[in-house]
Ligand binder design. Structure first.
Ligand code: N7H
Length: 494
């Protein structure tokens, strides 16, 4: 089983010298091996009983980064032997919200104001993010006049203290482990929401529901993974407390822990496909190119920067090639628009490296929901929910996930106001929102993105893409702290 969300090149010869891999939960830096992943959100009903279950029975089932690393070698060997069958390789990780941390450790402040406020409050908050590096916009999920989130499932608007992530190679193995964990926890918790995601079948494996290969660009981690060409090498402290580049942990036992952002994002796939056809027709362009310019990659994963006119499968799935680019020499956005999803969320070369590095996140999500049916295709409308269980890790929710979503994806000026960008004809541009994940609530912010029509290799067409609706709809979320093994053992379960 390959890990689909983290293209990582592990160094088999040199075991990590400084990273405490036996302390760090496995999903954070390398990603638990997963074809299937069950998310169990829960409320702690009996703190003493839950602590006892955690200490005596759950803790030893938790999969560390060291185990994930060794499993990667095991999988590599099996692949080399030509073995293709899925093996169970069950993984378990655990995280707690601020209310969960309060119940277990009596602490109400881990030093991250967004974590303390919680995902629900941050998603509904319409005030600009009070973080470094203005201008800033909030997460901006849809709310009604009373400020209630209108697209969130009710299960995510009530109390949530923690989450179990249960992963594996087969549905059966994941179900079995989930049941085991729930049996152990018993009445000490009540499950508030449970959902299982899975890789898409057949040729769509590794692709999200709009059809694009996912998990292509991910930071490499110093002392753990060797970067592929063009892949950023960042210090572990961007994702785990207690290493270079992490904020100082507010409490000593936060070392080797990480903040996890979960977002349940519904994807309106048939509507998206229909929109590509309609909008491309109106703009007199190819719908496949339009989709690629909205994402910044073709469906195979090949970046527009390397192959601006057509998809190239030989680049798409090849980690030696598919990140070997930046946007530095494309300041007239001839190859890739500034507004493209991957340029908004990782403006490599558009901004000084340090300004981008500090915002990077480690993504580890998985699709949920069934394939689009023939009836949905014919109607062009969603009848069964599907989307992405978006997961990312960082040491500052405010400075990383929220900054990428609010200040970059949602901000129509970005990347232009700080670093002046112009059109091919020299006139100034307003980039518009990220057409995939940009949360704009008109009329305050227009749902538009600039330059869908390529001016490649020459040309000076000025075009605007009008997005009639959001095709990614937030339906829930949570902010969790993923403690180290020793914090779970010595602080949170005693
Ligand atoms: Fe995105 N998509 O299918 O269009 N994303 N994303 N994302 N995303 C990426 O590199 C997608 C979401 C990032 O380093 C690819 O893996 C969809 C959120 C970042 O070049 C594709 C959803 C946030 C990158 C998608 C979604 C991000 C990235 C290219 C929601 C953060 C790496 C393949 C349903 C706030 C950029 C790849 C880089 C890549 C899609 C959500 C961030 C295809 C459908 C919420 C940082």
């Amino acid at each position: 089983m390959a890990n689909e969300t983290t293209p990582q090149q592990l160094d088999a010869v040199t075991p990590p010298q400084t990273l405490e891999l036996t302390e760090i939960q496995g999903d954070i830096l390398l990603g638990l091996q997963k074809f299937v992943e069950c998310f169990v959100f829960f409320e702690i009903k009996d703190t003493a009983d839950f602590k006892s279950a955690l200490h005596h029975k759950i803790l030893r089932r938790i999969t560390t980064s060291q185990v994930v690393r060794l499993r990667e070698f095991e999988l590599r060997d099996l692949k080399a032997q030509g073995k293709k069958e899925r093996i169970p390789l069950v993984g378990l990780n655990i995280g707690f919200t601020n209310t969960g941390m309060k119940k277990l450790a009596g602490v109400d402040d881990l030093g991250d104001s967004s974590f303390k406020a919680g995902a629900k409050s941050r998603a509904a908050d319409k005030n600009p993010i009070a973080g470094p590096g203005a201008p800033t916009l909030p997460i901006n999920d849809p709310v009604d006049a009373a400020g209630n989130l209108t697209t969130w499932l009710p299960e995510f608007t009530g109390a949530i203290d923690g989450v179990f992530l249960i992963t594996g190679g087969t549905e059966e193995a994941v179900q079995k482990e989930t049941q085991k964990v729930l049996d152990i926890a018993g009445a000490s918790i009540s499950v508030t929401f449970q959902e299982t995601g899975a890789s898409r079948p057949g040729a769509e494996r590794g692709h999200e529901h709009f059809g694009w290969l996912d998990g292509v660009s991910q930071p490499a981690v110093a002392d753990l993974t060797t970067p592929f060409p063009g892949q950023d090498l960042l210090n572990a402290g961007r994702f785990v407390f207690g290493y270079q580049d992490s904020p100082a942990p507010k409490l000593p036992w936060m070392k080797n822990g990480s903040f996890m952002v979960f977002r349940r994002l519904k994807q309106l796939a048939p509507e998206f496909d229909q929109f590509l056809l309609d909008a491309a027709k109106a703009l007199q362009m190819d719908p496949v190119i339009l989709g690629a310019r909205m994402v910044g990659r073709w469906k195979s994963g090949a970046p527009m920067e390397l192959t601006p006119s057509q998809d190239d499968m030989t680049i798409g799935g090849d980690p030696q090639k598919n990140n070997n680019f930046d946007f530095r020499d494309d300041q007239a956005q001839r190859r890739c628009p500034f507004g493209a999803h991957i340029r908004k969320t990782n403006p490599r070369g558009d901004l000084p490296k340090a300004a981008v590095d500090s915002r990077r996140i480690m993504r580890a999500g998985i699709p949920f929901g069934p394939e689009v049916s023939d009836a949905e295709k014919a109607a062009g409308t969603t009848q069964q929910e599907r989307g992405l269980m978006f997961v990312c890790y960082q040491t500052s929710i405010l400075g990383q996930f929220e900054f990428v979503q609010g200040t970059w994806a949602n901000e129509p000026q970005f990347v232009s106001p700080i670093f002046t960008k112009t059109r091919a004809d020299g006139s100034p541009i307003t980039v518009g929102i990220d057409p995939i994940i940009g949360q704009a609530q008109p009329p305050a912010v227009a749902r538009t993105t600039d330059e869908p029509v390529p001016n490649y290799p020459t040309g000076s067409v000025v075009s605007t893409l009008n997005l009639p609706q959001a095709f990614v709809v937030p339906t829930g979320g949570g902010y969790f702290f993923m403690p180290s093994i020793s914090a779970l053992r010595d602080v949170l379960s005693v």
